[in-house]
Design a binder for this molecule. Structure first.
Ligand SMILES: [Fe+2]
Length: 204
């Protein structure tokens, strides 16, 4: 089964992109150990309860109808069985960025709209974003305000803000996808990262 292969952005009469974009990473569906690693932010007594909660919050957040894209930044599910049972239950067109726990499930990437090692996108208001599983210190467009979203760290780096970058691991963003508007608002006052003059967050 393949979900929503259309990724071309729909436009209104004035040519404005009407797509709603959302981001999430590190859902780790079916992966019991995340309940130990992230016990404070994934307070569930079973992995089934964890998974069903994320599915419910995802579908409450992402409209079932219309043009929504959810960028999943990796560490999707523990195995192919879990992946294939959960993906058809999730709202929106899914674009998947590969994480370090996605080797086995990567064989099922035909089930989502598209799959990438990393991806550079433009949102409706021309905001540029560089998406990868792993956090970077400098990324495409960082010196002109491009946002970098990543996962992998499950919040471990969020106490050290780094320019317009943000960890969107599920347990960092309330276990539900975060919208492009929320991301832009959250990072609007952060400085650009100019690769000619990398700042040192430890110097202050
Ligand atoms: Fe992870």
């Amino acid at each position: 089964m393949t979900k929503n292969l259309q990724e071309a952005p729909p436009k209104d009469a004035k040519g404005v992109d009407q797509t709603k974009r959302f981001f999430i990473s590190d859902t780790h569906f079916g992966h019991k150990n995340v309940l130990k690693y992230d016990h404070a932010t994934r307070p569930f007594s079973s992995i089934e309860e964890h998974d069903e909660t994320i599915i419910r919050l995802w579908n409450e957040t992402v409209p079932a109808q219309g043009n929504s894209i959810v960028y999943h930044l990796g560490d999707f599910a523990h195995n192919k069985s879990v992946f294939s049972s959960i993906v058809p239950r999730l709202n929106g067109t899914i674009v998947w960025i590969r994480g370090n726990h996605d080797d086995e499930t990567w064989k099922l990437r035909h089930m989502v709209s598209s799959a990438h090692e990393a991806k550079y996108i433009r949102c409706a208001n021309k905001q540029r974003m560089y998406l990868s599983h792993y956090p970077m210190r400098s990324w495409r467009g960082s010196y002109v305000g491009a946002i970098h979203l990543h996962g992998h760290c499950h919040g471990a780096l969020e106490s050290i803000p780094w320019g317009k970058s943000m960890d969107v691991s599920a347990n960092v963003i309330g276990l539900r996808p975060i919208s492009e508007e929320q991301v832009i608002e959250r990072l609007k006052d952060r400085p650009f990262v100019d690769h000619h003059q990398i700042f040192n967050p430890f110097s202050t």
